[in-house]
Design a protein around this ligand. Structure first.
Ligand SMILES: NC(=O)c1ccc[n+]([C@@H]2O[C@H](COP(=O)([O-])OP(=O)(O)OC[C@H]3O[C@@H](n4cnc5c(N)ncnc54)[C@H](O)[C@@H]3O)[C@@H](O)[C@H]2O)c1
Length: 551
């Protein structure tokens, strides 16, 4: 893989020859299958059309064959790896190699080549290549990075040495150094990613913080792999679930760190669900006024949301998350293999947040959940095998990275993440925390937000119906929650997100969201009635015209 002009075909051919493997040039394969050259496909059907053929061509390759006699060397198109589905198919059980090169040199090479590269031709080639490099770096980065700027012979010799190890079992689909820490996403990657992060941070030991359940399903194996990799391992256990988020637990954990003589330069590794990563993240934020933390979330909520973004907190009797700090992790490692043991209710609940992320403006994610959401909610093995679960995690986590990087302290853009949360939080609090999962509460909030947005003419009844029917199929927010409308109202007005006596409402449009502070009381009432599944609101939700008119 690599940008146009990086030498993929030349290197690929030579490697294939030396290893008696079949060489496949993906662009040539597409041209043969479609019966037209690549530039003609771009001209007739645009980039989207080309990407469709490309996806079919990748699918036609099938999985990697373990038989050495059937080895293949595949030279991909420069942008093949943008699609997470292609990355899953191409990186899994294969040996991805990234031929890297300076845009200036690549542009010079392309200028001399007879091949037309549609994404670069006719533009400022160096500028275009820089843009492509920036946009694709995180997708190439999981691969072995080799400079394509030297002669083919040296590249081939370097590769020969590396290929001897064979493909890794772990599949990393994304690696990025971001403003909010290194982000690594994949399947089976925890040990190698954590070990790599500790090395990068110049750690002298691995200090793992987990709770009894996550220690059993994730920590123990990770500790063994780190020990085998030469790391001395320390373990600290916090209580399970929300019980980890107590100030007394922070004190105990800090005292344990002091007993282990953990110093300012050391790094903690937090392994668990959102409760554990919130609590361990807070420990990292306050112990010695801040030490580094690697977040290793083991729940879907943790991987798509909680362990990313640097919000850490504990609860006090007066309310949840009232004491905390912003503390960005040095690394975030989402390994979907850990989700295999997660109870169905946890998976299903998290999908409330996933639907929210889709509604924020990711149409592909919406389709993906329409296709695979029910299987994910059931904990089906197939969603690990197909890469669907990994794609969900990547899409949600990356969207959060982009939003939070642009707005770390929640002054503007990050507000959009509160879609479905105003009423959702009200219901969660009224039910008593723990009775309803956060994602389940968000699903109620989403139904409310769509009813309100449809009433205000921000979104169409058809879009509202599409999201409601998806929530129906996922069995989210279907039954009335066991709370009174008065209790929800009361909690909402206590909600920390309302400013100057006016609630800010994040409401869906056809393609994203809008923040409104001028929502009339009767529309808020419609939202509440919808969320609580009251008869009057269900009538509106079923697609008949909203009774409430925009003002
Ligand atoms: N910081 C943020 O930005 C943010 C965002 C969203 C949520 N949160 C917080 O996250 C918490 C909720 O997180 P959660 O939904 O992950 O719940 P959780 O952390 O309470 O974990 C849920 C349960 O799953 C178990 N578990 C964890 N991983 C498992 C695995 N791989 N296999 C089997 N069981 C496993 C845990 O032991 C626990 O019993 C809340 O406290 C919430 O406030 C924080």
């Amino acid at each position: 893989m690599g940008l146009p002009g990086s030498g993929k075909s030349a290197v690929g051919r030579r490697i294939a020859q030396r290893h008696h493997a079949t060489f496949i040039d993906l662009d040539e394969l597409i041209e043969r299958r479609v019966g037209r050259p690549v530039p003609a496909i771009f001209a007739a059907e645009g980039e989207a059309g080309f990407r469709r053929y490309e996806r079919e061509a990748v699918l036609s390759l099938g999985p990697a064959d373990p038989d050495p006699e059937l080895r293949r060397v595949i030279s991909t198109g420069g942008g093949t790896i943008i699609d997470p589905r292609n990355r899953w198919l191409l990186y899994r059980n294969r040996f991805p190699v990234w031929l890297d090169g300076a845009p200036e040199v690549l542009a010079h090479r392309l200028g001399r080549s007879a091949n037309v590269r549609p994404l670069v031709a006719g533009h400022d080639p160096v500028g275009m290549l820089r843009q492509l490099a920036e946009a694709r770096r995180r997708f190439y980065a999981p691969a072995l990075q080799i400079s394509g700027m030297v002669d083919v012979g040296s590249i081939v010799r370097t590769l020969d040495e590396q290929l001897a190890d064979g493909p890794a079992k772990a599949v990393t689909v994304l690696r990025a150094d971001t403003a909010i820490g290194r982000v690594e996403i994949g399947q089976g990657i925890a040990a190698s990613a954590v070990s790599g992060a500790l090395r990068r941070l110049e750690a002298r030991r691995a200090i793992l913080i987990a709770e009894p359940k996550t220690w059993k399903v994730a920590g123990e194996g990770l500790a063994a792999a780190l020990a085998a990799d030469g790391w001395p391992v320390e373990r600290i256990l916090l209580p399970r679930g929300e019980n980890a988020k107590r100030l007394s637990v922070i004190e105990t954990a800090c005292r344990e760190l002091a007993r282990l003589r953990v110093d300012r330069k050391e790094t903690l590794v937090a392994i668990g669900g959102g409760a554990l990563t919130d609590s361990a993240g807070f420990v990292a934020a306050v112990y010695l006024r801040g030490v580094q933390v690697i977040q290793v979330p083991t729940t879907l909520v943790g991987q798509i949301d909680a362990a990313l973004g640097g919000k850490t907190a504990v609860d006090i009797p007066e309310g949840k998350n009232l004491v905390g700090a912003f503390h960005q992790p040095a690394a975030f490692v989402a390994d979907t293999a850990f989700l295999a043991t997660l109870p169905d209710r946890q998976l299903r609940g998290a999908l409330g947040e996933v639907v929210k992320m889709a509604v924020l403006g990711d149409e592909r994610l919406l389709e993906l959940i329409e296709e695979s959401g029910e299987a994910i909610a059931r904990g089906d093995e197939s969603v690990h095998e197909s890469g669907a679960l990994l794609e969900v995690v990547e899409r949600c986590a990356w969207a959060k990275v982009e939003i939070v990087s642009a707005d770390e302290r929640e002054s503007g853009l990050r507000m959009s993440l509160n879609l479905g949360h105003t009423i959702g939080h009200g219901i969660e609090a009224a039910a008593g925390y723990g009775a309803i999962l956060h994602g389940e509460a968000v699903a109620y909030g989403l139904r409310a937000a769509f009813a309100m947005a449809a009433a205000l003419g921000l979104t169409s009844p058809a879009r509202a119906a599409r999201v409601n029917s998806l929530l129906d199929r996922l069995e989210l927010a279907s039954d009335p929650p066991a709370v009174s409308i008065e209790a929800v109202r009361e909690h909402m007005t206590r909600d920390k997100k309302h400013g100057l006596g006016r609630l800010s409402w994040v409401l869906p449009t056809e393609v994203g969201v809008e923040v409104r502070t001028d929502v009339p009381p009767e529309v808020v009432e419609l939202g509440l009635a919808t969320a609580l599944r009251l008869e009057s609101a269900l009538y509106v939700e079923s697609g008949r015209q909203a009774e409430v008119r925009p003002q």
